[in-house]
Design a protein around this ligand. Sequence first.
Ligand SMILES: [Zn+2]
Length: 263
Amino acid sequence: MTKPPGKLLPLVAALLCGAVLAQAASPSSKPVTSASPVVSATPHHGLLSTPVTSKRGEPSSTKESTPPPVQPTPKPPADDWNLTDNGKVLYLTFDDGPQHEWTPKVLQVLRKHKAQATFFVLGIQVAQYPELIAAERAAGHHIGNHTYDHKTLTLLPDAKIRQEIAMGIKSKCLRPPGGGTNAKVEALGAAYHQRQVLWDVDTKDWEKPGAAHIEHAILAGARPGAIILMHDGGGNRSQTVAALDQALTKLTKQGYTYRALPC
Ligand SMILES: [Zn+2]
């Protein structure tokens, strides 16, 4: 009597083989993720550029039956740019400085009114007056990039635009000279992680229309979250200094406070 051919051996072999295969297929290797975050520019919101949001690269889909290990999703950065959510807050901004005569006077008025502001400075001026940048920072004001030497970016080839941005002060904000911008300028700024910031209220102080005129422009344009454009460089700014002092006296009585932009 012979035993029927054993079916046990092939079964064991199959089990062993299956175990090896299962081990080989286990998703011990990490899922492929894109190396750099995708930066997307969102559409405009009036004059103020909308936030630049960074999206985390999603893992590419894997064919394994077992899901890849779950990775914690990083918290999206808080959006500091909901400027109108802060109540009666104004964002005073000063371009074209620092300048040895007028910047200290602007700083003095801001200190008097317990106001914080944002200075969009020129690289060429920063090189000349680094101590004024230090004074602005020490007083709690923020600094934005107004390029190296105030060329109209829309008229420049890409390489020159990059140079103007890169040679300006390091900041999270870029204000193109004269507000001259387009999608390309905005994208090149974003490539340097600089958000384009324009303004809501143009006081036209650079035209020297008289202190009363500038003051009226500030008062008429004031509303929660408004970004107001003035200058502490580029010429005699005595009118700006006088108008600022008068306007802040009145606006503070109306309940306004003054903050620096998150630059
Ligand atoms: Zn300017």
